[in-house]
Design a protein around this ligand. Structure first.
Ligand code: KDG
Ligand code: MG
Length: 404
């Protein structure tokens, strides 16, 4: 009779933060897990899966990953968007998990085998001022990180993206209703170069340094920042402008050789096709859960490879361990790998999602595990019910809404 999808259910839990997980169960008892977490909009994906996707999955052959992907993408008529693509990603990841379990092989083997021995990751160091950030970067270097993202408080601004009291598990979705940050481009542009000058003075040139602008600048401001940071040789400058108007990247590119990374909010290849083909970026940030799963991410990476663009998958705490496990397997295989973001999860998250992957000397390794190597303890998960949590919003100093 062969393998058939018998049941699928969505598990929502909040061990430290909210996660949405899809579990697909087959007639032979093999099950697969997929991450469907969309930070701050979790329940919309739950509804999409429960009301519109799961009914179409029952009775299908889970080995037909491509056909099921195409059915959910083309067959919906309403294509793309973060809700749809996170739901498709969850199905796709769970099906790859099932395929690998059925074959008794790690997921990277199903993709074509390992292209490297481990996956270089970057961690998140942040501080209220330059001194504290320099110290925090030092702490990451001591733990073994070879690449560190540095975010710093800006004098005159009460709070800003990437800076918090939590150091290892920074969580921006921090309130029942959106909290508000205040932004000043001029204060920021004055301050950031000073941070990176100090970081190079203190920590030298062996460590890769990264920075996330989080969509706050215009193209010409971004060009200025890229230029001023050139002497500090960043690994990348991320999300330097909002990426709806992609023409802007040409302006940035014409002015600076600082490498550019973008794409954590992209959900299909169509969001990055022009940026890649016109060689306007250096790293594509899309990851498994928000870009249609492994099946689609592979297409993005293959296109990127043609234009010297490398991968740099998003890996903040809102990407569940299930996504991290899948991304790690993807990273081990993908030929044009660049780096993987790895913001550690809280202990309680790791307890609910037991996994084999581990960090050592700046690299993530899959461990001795079949498949993507991440499980979900449903009983424990039930002890942590969903809690509404929003990402913040940003306003300029005069009250105007800005990009968070
Ligand atoms: O859900 C939003 C976070 O994942 C995002 O703000 C984190 O920008 C981020 C990053 O680079 O990790
Ligand atoms: Mg980012």
């Amino acid at each position: 009779m062969g393998l058939k999808i018998e049941e699928a259910r969505v598990i929502v839990c909040c061990p430290g933060r909210n996660f949405v997980t899809l579990k697909i169960i087959t007639n032979e008892g093999i099950y697969g897990l997929g991450d469907a977490t969309l930070n701050g909009r979790e329940l919309s994906v739950v509804s999409y899966l429960e009301d519109h996707v799961i009914p179409c999955l029952i009775g299908r052959d889970p080995h037909q990953i491509e056909d099921i992907w195409q059915f959910l993408y083309r067959g919906a008529y309403w294509r793309r968007g973060p809700i749809t693509m996170s739901a498709i990603a969850a199905v796709d990841t769970a099906l790859w998990d099932i395929k690998a379990k059925a074959a008794g092989l790690p997921l990277y083997q199903m993709l074509g085998g390992k292209s490297r021995t481990g996956v270089m990751v970057y961690g998140h160091a942040n501080g209220r001022d330059i001194e504290e950030t320099v110290e925090e970067v030092g702490r990451y270097i001591e733990i073994g990180y070879q690449a560190v993202r540095a975010q710093c408080g800006i004098p005159g601004l009460p709070s800003t993206y990437g800076v918090s009291n939590d150091k290892m598990f920074y969580e921006p979705a921090d309130a029942d209703l959106p909290s508000e940050n205040i932004w000043s481009t001029s204060r920021y542009l004055d301050h950031v170069p000073k941070l990176f000058e100090k970081l190079r003075q203190v920590h030298g040139w062996d460590v890769h340094l990264l920075h996330d602008v989080h969509h706050r600048l215009t193209p010409i401001e971004a060009a200025r920042l890229g230029q001023s940071l050139e002497p500090m040789r960043l690994f990348w400058l991320e999300d330097i402008v909002p990426a709806e108007n992609q023409e802007g990247f040409r302006i940035i590119r014409n002015h600076t050789t600082t490498p550019l990374a973008v794409g954590e909010v992209f959900n299909t290849i169509w969001d990055c096709k022009n940026l890649i083909e016109e060689q306007l970026i250096d790293y594509i940030r899309s990851t498994v859960v928000h870009a249609g799963g492994i099946t689609h991410l592979r297409r993005i990476a293959d296109l990127a490879g043609l234009y010297h663009v490398k991968t740099g998958c998003h890996g903040a705490t809102d990407l569940s361990p299930v996504c991290m496990g899948a991304a790690l397997n993807f990273d081990l295989w993908v030929p044009n790998f660049g780096i993987q973001e790895y913001m550690r999860h809280a202990e309680v998250t790791d307890e609910v999602f037991p996994h084999h992957y581990y960090f050592s000397n700046g690299f993530l390794h899959p461990g001795e595990s079949p498949v993507h190597g991440v499980d979900l303890d449903e009983k424990l998960a039930a002890k942590y019910p969903y809690q509404r949590a929003y990402l913040p919003v940003t306003r300029l100093e005069d009250g105007t809404m800005w990009n968070w």
